[in-house]
Design a protein. Sequence first.
Length: 73
Amino acid sequence: MRIVLTIIGVLFLFVGSFWALQGINILPGSFMSGHIQYLFLGLVIDAAGIFLLVLGNRRRKHLPPTQGSGSGH
């Protein structure tokens, strides 16, 4: 599951950055170029991608080993 979240997060970052750059007309040549709403949409998708990357790559807390096996020793 971690690899899936990481891959989707990277894809979201790529697409979001692409849309944001088109929204501020740094990457011209599309119907999205120069339309500010694509900047904001791209930034939202970037934020979702960062969230997925953090979620997929966070370290899990290790639980301490249990004491004994319940045999009464």
